[in-house]
Design a protein around this ligand. Sequence first.
Ligand code: AP5
Length: 212
Amino acid sequence: MYIVLLGPPGAGKGTQAQRIASATKLVHISTGDMFRENVKNQTELGKLANEYMAKGELVPDEVTIKMLLERISRDDAKAGAMFDGFPRNVVQARALDEALKSNGTRVDHALLISVADAELIARLGGRWICRNCGKLYHERNDPPKTPGVCDACGGELYQREDDRPEVVRARLEKQKPPAALIDHYRAAGVLKEIDGERSLDDVTASLLEAIR
Ligand code: AP5
């Protein structure tokens, strides 16, 4: 089963993808995490991606699609995957469709998580992430037991560079899922919209129900 999670920055895609991947055993593929790993390791791809990420812009399609196609060619994505942050536009969606078609598969579910801007700003401003295992927290909504320390692995928590208020503003202006992308999946008959302004557990339950 192949699932794409759509939604604006801060909608909860990463949090829910971690939960759904764990419940379904699907591999979680996050293009944002892949770019951040490259930035951390100071690869050529990371240096290029960071020029765009720091401004709240999308990394160019040819770079992103190449990275994604390489990732899904690996064995752990042959039986299915949970995509988080990909695709962002119709060009990327078509590239994914083509790649899956050549394996005789397709996107089975496109789940759009909807959240209003005021809530997105509050979520991004309070987000903390484990440097070691990537688990996501929110200082008010989903805090760790000990501030600054990951419950799961004891790792140090940090805040993303692109969660600074001026970058968040740019991301919300430029990175909401475009209508054409939503229409692409609606036309394919696989789109479901989920109200993301509920508790973490309620959103997870709706997403799991949608893919049953
Ligand atoms: P990416 O990492 O994908 O960032 P994003 O899409 O902006 O999404 P976020 O990770 O910020 O938010 P999220 O929806 O995952 O929310 P989260 O679960 O963390 O991409 C980063 C950058 O990489 C992009 O800006 C771009 O430059 C580049 N990039 C990536 N993919 C690309 C692509 N395909 N093409 C081109 N460029 C690409 O939750 C947020 C916070 O809210 C957390 O603190 C969480 O605890 C809290 N929260 C979540 N759900 C709830 C809830 N129900 N109630 C209360 N709090 C909640």
